[in-house]
Ligand binder design. Structure first.
Ligand SMILES: NC(=O)c1ccc[n+]([C@@H]2O[C@H](COP(=O)([O-])OP(=O)(O)OC[C@H]3O[C@@H](n4cnc5c(N)ncnc54)[C@H](OP(=O)(O)O)[C@@H]3O)[C@@H](O)[C@H]2O)c1
Length: 340
């Protein structure tokens, strides 16, 4: 299957508009055997996925190892791989569940957004991946949601030392693009004042469920030709499962609060009228925005790869989006996808 390719910022890099988010193969929420992880990654490759996003954080190195093994085994270079910096893995002497990752890797995480920390993290990633190249490097989870009171200090470190390291790697041609990988658009907006970023991986904050980023952040990205890659397009679950078929729908990595369940239920009612799965609308909606280069859902089962492609390619009539706008369920300033 051929996916359309979109350019990243002012770089020469082009990514598929549908990518594969590799937190799942870092054992997010549940243990995946090596065989199951290998199956889902191979199935993704065989069905045509060529844009993969991973991070040291995803299973404390497990996701990078698994993705690297799959890519190396293919012996082809025609893919785009992103990983992240900002967390150094330190030997812990034991494995335990950390931040929802049920990984068996015996490492703890230490935040480090300094020049040396970024360079070290980049080298460690290449070695865990067993690959000689990374295409996009994101500064991971800088922002007050992750760091609370320590945010200001770490942000200063990141925008000086960390940025300098990333910019140097880009200027040397070692990587092709740099950005932030975060769950809050506000910190991306702040970062725009400090550096020349090619793209932002924004998770959960420009989706079928929430469009606050439309007001000031996305227009600034448009002005600067900075691309957006949409992580967590299902808002970590609820926009894929809906509210009815699961006992506990997930939103933002936790059981969804009632106000979110109520809003998603209203969107589902419109989907029912048009005979559409909500997940199809969730995958297609963000790509209508001119800044958005790609959506990268998390898929943890090989059998769901084909259904993800079917959702991505489903025909959605313009009347569906108009109906969501008329009912106030998406912003009336949202660009809406063209009918196929
Ligand atoms: N700060 C950052 O940089 C950041 C933050 C978040 C995410 N991301 C990126 O975005 C990627 C995706 O995010 P995510 O995995 O957190 O959230 P997501 O894509 O919004 O949702 C993933 C969840 O949806 C479920 N799902 C997927 N397709 C489904 C379907 N067709 N039917 C029912 N359920 C379905 C998955 O279940 P199964 O696992 O059972 O398949 C998983 O529980 C990550 O892997 C990562 O690459 C980056």
């Amino acid at each position: 299957m051929l996916l359309d390719k979109r350019k990243i910022g002012n770089t020469s890099l082009r990514v598929d508009s549908l990518g594969f988010g590799c937190a799942s193969v870092g054992n997010l929420y549940r243990m995946l055997s090596d065989q199951d992880a290998c199956d889902v990654l191979n199935q993704a490759w065989e069905k045509g996925f060529r844009h993969f996003d991973t991070a040291p954080h995803y299973g404390q190195g497990l996701s990078e190892r698994r993705v690297g093994d799959m890519l190396r085994s293919r012996g082809e270079s025609d893919y785009v791989l992103s990983t992240k910096v900002g967390r150094i893995l330190k030997p812990a002497g034991y494995a335990k569940e950390r931040h929802g990752f049920r990984s068996t890797m015996p490492f703890d995480i230490e935040y480090d957004y300094s020049y040396d920390g970024v360079m070290r993290s980049f080298e460690h990633s290449l070695q865990r991946l067993g690959l000689d190249r990374i295409d996009i490097l994101y500064m991971h989870d800088i922002g007050s949601v992750t760091h609370g009171d320590a945010h200001e200090l770490l942000f200063d470190q990141a925008m000086t030392g960390g940025y300098k390291a990333m910019d140097e790697l880009r200027q040397q041609g070692v990587i092709k693009a740099i950005g932030l990988g975060v769950n809050e658009y506000q910190v991306c907006e702040q970062a725009l004042e400090h550096g020349d970023w090619d793209c932002f991986l924004l998770a959960g904050r420009y989706t079928l469920l929430e469009q606050e980023a439309l007001h000031s952040f996305l227009p600034k990205c448009e002005q600067r030709n900075c691309s957006i890659i949409i992580g967590g397009p299902y808002n970590s679950g609820i926009l894929a499962t809906g509210t009815r078929k699961v006992s506990e729908p997930y939103y933002n990595y936790a059981p969804a609060p009632q106000n979110i369940i109520n809003k998603v239920a209203k969107i589902e009612a419109v989907c029912d009228e048009f005979g559409l799965p909500i997940a199809a609308a969730a995958l297609q909606f963000p790509l209508a925005h001119p800044c958005v280069a790609s959506v990268i859902p998390g898929v943890g089962k090989a059998k769901m790869i084909q259904s993800t492609l079917d959702l991505f390619n489903a025909d959605i009539p313009a009347e569906f989006w108009q109906s969501l706008i008329l009912q106030g369920l998406i912003s009336d300033s949202s660009p809406i996808p063209k009918a196929k």
